[in-house]
Design a protein. Structure first.
Length: 370
């Protein structure tokens, strides 16, 4: 029997609430899927800072490295606004990404038919939307050195962040983009700011060269990232795979999230390179939404992005495509039935709690599994 070891990192804010629903889906899979999942839970983010004065412990990093997949909730909140920069909640997540070398961040934006009216855009603009934002996750301005605040002789301060990309970093993310495009609508749009940034010039060049050398069967288009943001809200269905750097990818994926009706809908997968012998990839799965401290603890949060992130883990880390399809189909079922958490509801619609949404998804899974 296939068996997997999952590390659960619920984190802060609504993280623990939505992770609780993932725990129930895992129980369901243990009872019904034929595969065996073992989980261990660790602290991360502000809750880890409160207990250990760091945003992730060395032990937790070690367990993440040894797990088949890390399932991550959300980190951060106003409570930790003034903790030292190095141990702020977000540092735990950034450390996991960097230490596990999770350079490829897949953020699919799918508009479920039932939610076409929940978006702030016109239904015809987003109906049937199925795009994938591929964000480079371990380079760029998030990690480039120097990264510092220095005090000048005048007493004034100067802050520096460094946008930095090497050929190798660009090539490996571009390769993932072309490979993914081949399994989808076969089109890649690469977004950078080559009109302003040297790193954008190199990005454009490396993507163009890799395409010419190995992927001429895939359609490639280049777009300036600002124009790309505009096109994403104007006519998002023109895209298939969008590949972009760490910072642009952060922003463009939040835009893409709202195309789907709510930020509470978007899962993501962060993958490393396949191991040369076992072909296994290190991986972390997390919803794109944050910790939403304003609604934390109220049982209102939408657990769909979190559960769909577990679905992505089944697909990419456990080779359980059928179980992943089942999770996705169950989500589509409950949405079609009209089950809505508060973030998805339009005027006059009844809303359900986090737990009730979890109940509905589990029931839909059982029904489909017969
Ligand atoms: C995301 C988040 C993170 C990021 C934060 C929490 C560090 O916004 O995953 O999109 O900026 O990458
Ligand atoms: Mn973000």
């Amino acid at each position: 029997m296939a068996s997997f070891n999952l590390q659960l990192l619920p984190g802060d804010g609504i993280g623990p609430e939505v992770m609780a629903e993932v725990g129930r889906v895992i129980d369901w899979l243990n009872a019904n899927s034929g595969a065996k999942f073992e989980t261990e839970t660790d602290l991360v983010g502000g809750s880890c800072y409160d207990a250990h004065s760091v945003s992730i412990t060395e032990d937790a990093i070690k367990r993440a490295d040894q797990s088949d997949a890390v399932i991550f909730g959300a980190v951060g909140g106003p409570k930790w606004d003034s903790v030292p920069y190095d141990v702020r909640p977000e540092a735990g997540l950034l450390r996991l990404r960097k230490d596990l070398d999770l350079f490829a961040n897949l953020r699919p934006a799918i508009c479920y038919p039932a939610l076409a009216n929940a978006s702030s855009l016109k239904p015809e603009v987003i109906e049937g939307l199925d795009i994938l934002i591929l964000r480079e996750l371990t380079g760029g301005v998030y990690f480039g050195e120097p990264k510092e605040v220095v005090t000048l002789e005048s007493g004034e301060k100067r802050a520096v962040d460094t946008q930095l990309y090497t050929t190798h970093e660009i090539e490996r993310i571009a390769r993932v983009a072309f490979e993914l495009a081949r399994t989808r609508a076969n089109k890649v749009t690469s977004m950078e700011k080559r009109n302003v940034m040297r790193s954008g010039v190199l990005w454009n060049q490396v993507v163009t060269e890799l395409h010419a050398a190995e992927y001429t069967d895939v359609e490639l288009e280049h777009m300036l990232a600002d124009a790309g943001g505009m096109q994403l809200v104007r006519w998002p269905k023109q895209f298939d795979v969008i590949v972009t750097d760490n910072l642009f990818g952060d922003m463009l994926s939040d835009v893409a999230a709202m195309l789907t009706g709510s930020l509470g809908m978007l899962p993501s997968a962060s993958l490393g390179a396949p191991h040369p012998v076992t072909l296994k990839r290190k991986s972390l799965y997390e919803p794109v939404h944050g910790s939403a401290p304003d609604i934390a603890g109220e049982g209102k949060a939408n657990p769909i992005a979190m559960i769909a992130s577990l679905g992505m883990a089944l697909r990419y880390s456990c080779d359980m495509g059928e179980a992943a399809d089942l999770v996705d189909a169950a989500i589509a079922d409950v949405l079609a039935e009209g089950v809505r958490t508060a973030d998805l509801a339009t005027e006059g619609q009844n809303t359900v709690s986090t737990r009730e949404m979890g109940d509905a998804i589990l029931a839909a899974m059982s029904k489909r599994a017969g």
